[in-house]
Design a protein around this ligand. Sequence first.
Ligand code: PRP
Ligand code: URA
Length: 208
Amino acid sequence: MKNLTIIEHPLVKRDLTLLRDRRTPSNQFRAILRRTSTLMAYEVTRQLPLKRVSVSTPLERTKGYVVSQPVVLVPILRAGLGLVGGFVEMIPDARVGHIGLYRDEESLKPVDYYFKVPRNLKHALVLLLDPMLATGGSGVAAVSYLKEKGAMKIFYVSLVAAPEGVRAMQRAHPDIHIYTCSLDRGLNEKGYILPGLGDAGDRIFGTE
Ligand code: PRP
Ligand code: URA
């Protein structure tokens, strides 16, 4: 599929298996998701632009690099919060916005309740974080909002994606690159990803 990268790292595959396992309790789920998000951040930032600088070691001057594009992380509440820790660890300078959306259980349409993003998104790489790309409704709405706020380069970063969600995103926003650790089989009649990992927000926060 176009504009789609599957993160194939062996440690990610191992962690995703633990996250899928219904027996994994919330405390472990959170810790594993945080570790996985560090690995995801490593893969997602492979093309981050650099600027040459010079640095003095204790012995002499040599060349070095700084990241030349600001990075903005935007988790979709709630479940996206589970990915923030690992990304911030890898990109400590990143600014962080928040988008509050939940899916209406009947219609599966996204309902928005909170938006707060940093200024000057135009030149930033915006990493939109949400573990689950299911119907794509939440992701598509979040990208539309970020574009309204001036974002020009957005990567959508998920842990598990359904083909339906990828297609919806590609239709609505063909310029967005999607990263995921697994393209699962599809959705059930309630809009849950199969095989998936269940309700990500509930598993992270221990609600049910
Ligand atoms: C989940 C998930 C996504 C959305 C994906 O959130 O974290 O945001 O569903 O589904 P979609 O692609 O069909 O829109 P949920 O609505 O359960 O809210 P929560 O994170 O607050 O639990
Ligand atoms: N949201 C989730 O948390 N899980 C799914 O499988 C689909 C949407």
